[in-house]
Design a protein around this ligand. Structure first.
Ligand code: HMG
Ligand code: MG
Length: 304
C-alpha cells in the first residue's frame, strides 16, 4: 500500500458542473491555481460540451487559457465529440477526456446517443489526438450502477474499457457516477477490468452519494489501482444522474492516504483553504468530513 498514488482533481469540472450558484471565470481560474499551489498537479478544469446542456461549463476555453501560464501542472478537459475537440484544441488543450457509459440509459440521458454511437463520435477524436500528440483519457460511467438501467455487469464495464483502450486512451477512469457501489462490488468490477487491461492504467472515479467512496477506494487500492479522481470539498454531481452527489472529497482521500503512510505531496492547509474559499463562493459549508473536522478544530483552537 505504500507506493505512490496519483490524485486527479475534479473540482473545477465535475465539482462545479452541477452547481446552481454561478461561479465567475476569474473564480474558476483562481480555484485551479489554488489547487495546483496545494500540490494537485493534475486538474480537470472544464468541459467542451453544449452550454445548453451544462451552462456551468460555458467559457471553459477562457478558463483553460487563463491557467496556461501555470507551471508543472497538467490540465484536462472533457470533450464529447469533434466539435468539442476543435474548441479544446483552439484553447490549447494538451489532454482531453472522452466519456462513455456502461449503460445505455445513462449514455442516452447524458450525451444523447447510444454507447456504440458514442464510440463512433470518439473515434475521430482519438485519431486526431494521436496525430496532434494530445493525450486522451477515457471515462466509463455507471460502472457500479445506473440510475436508469439499475445493475451493471462487470463484463459490460470491462468490454467498454477495452474498447476505449484499443482506441488509444492512455488511462481509463471508472466512474461510480451515482455512488451506489460497495467495496466487494467495486473489487469485482476492478478485477474484471484488471483482467483485461494494465491496472497501472486504471483510475477510480467514485462519487460518495452513499458514503462508500473511501471504502471502495481502499478495496481498489488492494487490487493495485493507484490513480484516484477526487474533488476538493466533495463537490460534484451530474445533472443527468438523478440523485447523485459529489465526488469523494480530495481532503478525505489525502487524509486516508497520508494516514496509511502513502505520500501524496499535497499540502492539507492549502487544500483546506481552497475548499473553504469555494464553499464561500457557493454559500454553503463543504460536505467533506475532513474539511468539517479541521474547520471545527481550528475554531476550537482559535477560541482558546
Ligand atoms: P446532441 O444533441 O446529440 O448533439 O448533444 P448535436 O450534435 O445534435 O448538437 C446539438 C447542439 O449542441 C448543437 O447546438 C451543437 O452545436 C451543440 P444548437 O444547434 O442546438 O445550438 N454541440 C456542442 N456545443 C458545444 N460543444 C460541443 C458540442 N457538440 C454539439 N462539443 C452533446 C450531444 C454531447 C453535445 C450533449 O448531449 C452534451 O453536451 N451533453 C452534456 C454532457 C455532459 O457534459 N455531462 C456531464 C459530464 S459527464 C459526467 O459528469 C460523468 C463523469 O464525471 C464520470 C462519472 O462520474 O461517471 C465524467
Ligand atoms: Mg463524475
Amino acid at each position: 500500500m505504500s507506493s505512490q498514488v496519483h490524485i486527479v482533481e475534479m473540482g473545477p469540472r465535475d465539482g462545479l458542473q452541477n452547481e446552481k450558484t454561478p461561479v465567475s471565470i476569474a473564480a474558476r481560474i483562481a480555484f485551479v491555481e489554488a489547487l495546483v499551489a496545494a500540490g494537485l498537479n493534475t486538474v480537470e478544469v472544464g468541459a467542451f460540451v453544449s452550454p445548453k446542456a451544462i451552462p456551468q461549463m460555458a467559457s471553459s476555453d477562457e478558463v483553460l487559457r487563463g491557467v496556461s501560464q501555470v507551471k508543472d501542472a497538467e490540465f484536462h478537459v472533457l470533450v464529447p465529440n469533434e466539435k468539442g475537440y476543435d474548441a479544446a484544441r483552439a484553447a490549447g488543450a494538451q489532454v482531453v477526456s472522452v466519456f462513455a457509459a456502461a449503460s445505455e440509459g445513462f449514455s442516452r440521458a447524458n450525451i444523447n446517443c447510444s454507447i456504440a454511437e458514442s464510440i463512433e463520435r470518439f473515434r475521430p477524436v482519438l485519431a486526431r489526438a494521436k496525430v496532434d500528440g494530445v493525450k486522451v483519457r477515457g471515462y466509463v460511467s455507471c460502472v457500479l450502477g445506473c440510475p436508469f438501467d439499475g445493475e451493471i455487469k462487470p463484463k459490460a464495464v470491462a468490454d467498454l474499457a477495452v474498447t476505449l483502450w484499443d482506441l488509444g486512451c492512455y488511462e481509463i477512469s471508472l466512474g461510480d457516477t451515482i455512488g451506489v457501489g460497495t467495496p466487494l462490488k467495486a473489487r469485482e468490477m476492478l478485477r474484471a477490468v484488471g483482467a483485461e487491461l494494465p491496472v497501472a492504467n486504471l483510475a477510480m472515479h467514485f462519487h460518495d452519494t452513499y458514503g462508500q467512496a473511501l471504502a471502495n477506494l481502499y478495496a481498489g487500492m488492494e487490487e493495485g489501482v493507484r490513480v484516484i479522481d477526487a474533488a476538493a470539498g466533495g463537490l460534484g454531481g451530474c445533472p443527468y444522474a438523478p440523485g447523485a452527489t459529489g465526488n469523494v472529497a480530495t481532503e478525505d482521500v489525502v487524509y486516508m492516504l497520508e494516514g496509511m503512510g502513502v505520500k501524496t505531496g499535497i499540502d492539507m492547509d492549502k487544500l483546506l483553504a481552497t475548499t473553504n474559499e469555494v464553499a464561500g463562493l457557493l454559500g454553503r459549508p463543504p460536505v467533506s468530513r475532513v474539511a468539517s473536522a479541521l474547520n471545527a478544530k481550528r475554531k476550537r483552537l482559535s477560541a482558546l
